[in-house]
Design a protein around this ligand. Structure first.
Ligand SMILES: Cc1cc2nc3c(=O)[nH]c(=O)nc-3n(C[C@H](O)[C@H](O)[C@H](O)COP(=O)(O)OP(=O)(O)OC[C@H]3O[C@@H](n4cnc5c(N)ncnc54)[C@H](O)[C@@H]3O)c2cc1C
Length: 471
């Protein structure tokens, strides 16, 4: 028996249920990846993320090669061509079985339904798996039979239903029969034009590197996570998000290895471990939200009333925010971190998103898109969830009158100003008393911009706009 595995955002061997099933059942296995520059652009995938994806695809090809599984990369103009492309390759190679892991997002789901229909009509068997989250999306319902829209009760159900058998992921691959087909990845024209300035040495390529990163993180840092996770200058979080977003590592592997450090306890024992697993459950929560409330995947807010908010639009403010020149040092340091690293610390994501949607009163969708276009870990559901939380338009969102003050956040979470100094070169010699809100004289001497807005006034303006939309 011959089979085809369709790789999408699951660029790994470890805990890859589609690959595992194909390898268990078939003597000959082929892999395929559909590359569409158009589609990636349409979904605002960051240039650095595309580069990272291509490099990881090459790394995956080498691992598959050791098992005699050739990987064929096919180009396409977009999701609408995928069904035809898959059918063609299966017909050409006389393959009658295909395996893939499910993706989230309405476009992806519609594409998969179309592919499955066309293949089934052509007598091809399709086998679909859940590889991105522990429980299939939509598993948990409230007492009224509705999907959860608040994190804490969702997490409670998640923990109640957790069973260690869910993490039965160990599997030894045995090389398959050799095929006449060879991988084409080294000749494939990705037509990738680099236009980012991210330091890619921060993101070593490949599944082995991802597993090593997990291992290193779990060795020590995880035990301090509950305390260290809020201070951006501390390297206290795992930075595994880029690998999780492309499926280079699996959430099950992360949870299993973390549990081993905590006597397999999910909600007691080491606080750092339980807190870290909590964050992985947030990731699952947002994927469930996207699945159960497809409107959030179509640019609509979860809280419908917020559609009526009269967002402002100021080209100058937008430019200052994007380039890290708002005159608020912590905001600027965060935006420059994003540009240099393709990544931003979680607390700062909340701070800059709240500043954007509340103080600047700009539409959260603009910020969401800018993040997707720049994050190496861009993940549609987590990004959408994070933006909707910060702008108080989403599930379980921050109440609209709760607006982080970026100066207070700066003093609380970057007390010595070390994070600001690292990213805002103009302020590197300013002492910790002045650095959070430098005087006009310092700003002028250091050529650092004045503030683009007044915090008090802009806060009241935001509350008025939300009140008006609500009533
Ligand atoms: C406005 C905004 C936008 C965001 N956009 C994204 C995004 O595009 N992609 C993305 O992966 N995360 C996003 N997040 C969530 C979070 O900021 C990142 O997952 C986290 O900073 C990644 O760093 P880490 O891997 O070191 O996380 P760790 O603290 O080590 O956490 C481990 C893993 O848990 C998951 N996780 C952690 N925090 C969250 C969270 N709040 N929501 C959902 N999952 C979480 C991530 O997969 C992360 O890799 C966003 C948050 C906000 C507020």
């Amino acid at each position: 028996m011959k089979s085809l595995v369709w790789f999408r955002n699951d660029l790994r061997m470890d805990d890859n249920p589609a690959l595992r099933a194909a390898c268990s059942k078939s003597e000959e296995v082929h892999g395929v990846y559909i590359y569409s520059e158009n589609q990636l652009k349409l979904h605002n995938e960051a240039n650095c993320k595309i580069e990272f994806m291509i490099q990881n695809l090459k790394s995956l090809e080498q691992s598959l090669n050791k098992l005699n599984i050739p990987l064929t990369v096919i180009s396409s103009n977009g999701f609408n061509e995928d069904a035809k492309k898959i059918l063609n390759i299966m017909n050409e190679r006389s393959i009658k079985e295909i395996y893939w892991n499910k993706q989230f997002g309405t476009d992806e789901e519609s594409r998969d339904i179309e592919v499955e229909n066309i293949l089934t009509n052509n007598n091809i068997n399709c086998f679909l798996y859940d590889a991105q989250i522990l429980f299939p999306a939509g598993t948990f319902k409230t007492g009224e039979g509705k999907p959860y829209s608040v994190f804490t009760p969702f997490k409670k159900r998640w923990i109640e239903n957790f069973n260690i058998d869910l993490l039965d992921i160990e599997y030894n691959y045995i090389p398959k029969e050799k095929t006449k087909i060879s991988s084409n990845i080294n000749d494939f024209e990705f037509c990738f034009a680099k236009d980012h300035s991210v330091d890619m040495s921060l993101w070593p390529v490949g599944e082995e590197e991802a597993l090593k990163r997990l291992d290193n993180y779990l060795d020590k840092k995880i035990f301090y996570y509950a305390k260290d996770r809020n201070e951006p200058i501390i390297d206290g979080t795992s930075r595994l998000s880029a690998y999780l977003a492309l499926g280079i590592i699996s959430p099950k592997r992360c949870i299993l290895e973390a549990l081993k450090k905590n006597n397999f306890e999910l909600d007691s024992g080491e606080q750092g471990v339980t807190k870290w697993i909590d964050e992985l459950v947030w990731r699952e929560f947002y994927k469930n939200i996207m699945f159960s409330f497809p409107r959030v995947s179509k640019g609509r807010p979860f809280q419908e009333y917020t559609n009526k908010i009269k967002w402002r639009f100021d080209k100058g403010e937008l430019k200052a925010w994007k380039s890290g020149n708002t005159g608020f040092p912590l905001i600027d340091a965060a935006m420059r971190q994003l540009k240099n690293e393709g990544w931003m610390h979680n607390r700062l994501r909340m701070v800059v998103a709240m500043f954007f949607t509340k103080n600047m009163l700009h539409d959260w969708r603009l910020g969401e898109t800018f993040f997707m276009q720049n994050l190496i870990d861009g993940d549609f559901s987590s990004n959408n969830g994070g933006w909707q939380w910060s702008s108080s338009t989403g599930t379980d969102a921050a109440p609209y009158f709760r607006i982080f003050n970026p100066l207070t956040q700066s003093k609380n979470f970057d007390a010595d100003g070390l994070f600001i100094k690292k990213y805002v070169d103009e302020l590197k010699d300013i002492d910790e008393k002045e650095i959070h809100d430098p005087s006009n004289e310092i700003r002028s001497n250091c050529k650092y911009p004045t503030q683009i807005l007044d915090l008090k006034e802009s806060r009241l303006r935001a509350i008025d706009a939300f009140n008006e939309a609500k009533n």
